[in-house]
Ligand binder design. Structure first.
Ligand code: ZN
Length: 429
């Protein structure tokens, strides 16, 4: 899958009609969720049917305006949120299970292969559904002309702080030749450095990101100073808010760019990469801005890692984070450490290692264990008993196969980031 993004240029009326379409999509998604909450045993098919009921309902005349496939896409989104919640519960995933919540500020709506039409030269798009948006110009650095219209499986309209965008999802299976050298690594995503690998190499966070982070902190203070509780907000407030939104958009693009480049470089030079998963969620408990910024970059980074792993045909394994710093990598004895303890000294077997080195060894061992479990498991196992089916499920959870399609649902996953949506499935290159 490949995504080409283009800016939509049109009139103010057209933009507000796009807003209407986005709002309607949100309405349909939320209605589906409410229907699921109120009824027992709701299936995906029920939600699809609900869409056509909504379209016929005279009390919700706007629902009919949205293209029927776009309505169904919204039902699917609600469905995948529900599915993920069930899946997390089934696998007894630690932490929050992600109970599907109503969306209040949706920024996007998704069309499948109807409700829009490209012009012959692919420089314009016409939206043909009931919102009557009409023809808009497409501004993009990448050319759509190279691809057949049939290859476009979805068109997503996204609102960002600096305008409206169309993303074209193309069915295109990207494959790159990878030179296997038998090299593997464990990466540790950090706060101070971007990551440290098991050879002790560190990749720093660049200066421009720190600069942008400082600027965002300053702009956030400005917004909260101008906020008046319980009253209509002033123009000064709205201006400050807009400035903050633009700064967030800028940093999200910078982060995305960096995450993509670092992930590609890592995949290119390794055949097997292991990292600790869920550390991200543990960190989010602390709502400190600097942390949540790193969280977002890690998340993007791991998503790109999985994407490039698939493209290059290498293995990326995410392992559960329990006890990787405490366990002795030699004898598995538990060696308690405070944050300032930099050396691992095992009293049981006498191993002395650098703290991070010990953790890296543990993570690598876990990764191999999961890989072995995965390779030795077959579909037949799941029927033989509850225990093995759980083990299988866990493998599915942790051994991420770089499912690129999952990238298109990232909007659902990325609820913790309050700022502007990064060009989510940007253009892989
Ligand atoms: Zn030991």
């Amino acid at each position: 899958m490949l995504v080409i993004e283009a800016k939509l240029k049109g009139t103010t009326t057209q933009y507000s009609k796009l807003d209407e379409a986005i709002r309607t999509g949100q309405f349909i998604r939320n209605t589906c969720l409410r229907y699921w909450e109120a009824n027992i045993g709701v299936t995906r098919n029920d939600l699809q049917k609900l869409c056509s009921v909504l379209a016929k309902n005279k009390e919700t005349p706007w629902a009919k305006k949205l293209n029927s496939q776009a309505r169904q896409a919204q039902a699917d989104r609600a469905w995948s949120a529900i599915q993920r919640f069930y899946e997390n519960c089934r696998l007894e995933k630690p932490g929050k299970k992600g109970y599907p919540k109503d969306k209040k500020f949706s920024r996007s709506v998704e069309y499948k292969n109807s409700g829009w039409k490209l012009s012959y030269d692919r420089r314009q798009i016409t939206f043909t559904d009931g919102f009557k948006v009409g023809t808009m110009d497409l501004w993009s650095s990448r050319d759509l002309v190279c691809y057949a219209e049939k290859q476009i499986s979805r068109v997503r309209v996204i609102r960002r702080a600096d305008g409206y965008y169309a993303q074209f999802l193309l069915d295109w299976d990207r494959r790159e030749k990878h030179e296997f050298k038998g090299k593997m690594t464990v990466i540790d995503l950090g706060l101070k450095e971007f990551y440290t690998d098991s050879d002790g190499n560190t990749v720093e966070n660049p200066k421009y990101l720190r600069k942008s982070e400082r600027r965002i902190k300053m702009l956030q203070r400005r917004v909260s100073k101008k906020h008046i509780k319980g009253k209509k907000q002033s123009n000064r407030y709205q201006k400050a808010r807009q400035a903050l939104a633009l700064a967030n958009l800028k940093i999200s693009r910078q982060r995305e760019d960096r995450a993509r480049k670092e992930a590609l470089a890592l995949v290119k030079s390794n055949d097997l990469i292991v990292y600790e998963d869920l550390k991200i969620q543990n960190m989010v408990k602390n709502h400190h801005l600097a942390k949540s910024i790193s969280d977002a970059s890690w998340y993007q980074f791991t998503q790109w890692l999985q994407y490039f792993a698939k493209v290059h045909g290498v293995i990326v394994i995410a392992v559960p984070p329990h006890n990787t710093t405490v366990d002795c990598s030699c004898c598995q004895a538990k060696v308690k450490k405070t944050l300032s303890t930099r050396t691992h000294k095992c009293s049981a077997c006498g191993t002395v290692l650098d703290r991070d080195h010990n953790a890296a060894k543990n993570i690598l061992a876990k990764g191999f264990k999961l890989l072995a479990e995965y390779l030795n498991s077959t579909v037949g196992h799941t029927e033989s008993g509850a225990k093995s089916s759980k083990a299988q499920g866990e493998t599915n959870l942790w051994l991420k196969n770089g499912d690129v399609l999952a990238l298109s649902w990232l909007d659902e996953l990325r609820t913790k980031n309050s700022w502007e949506s990064p060009s989510r499935f940007g253009t892989p290159n």
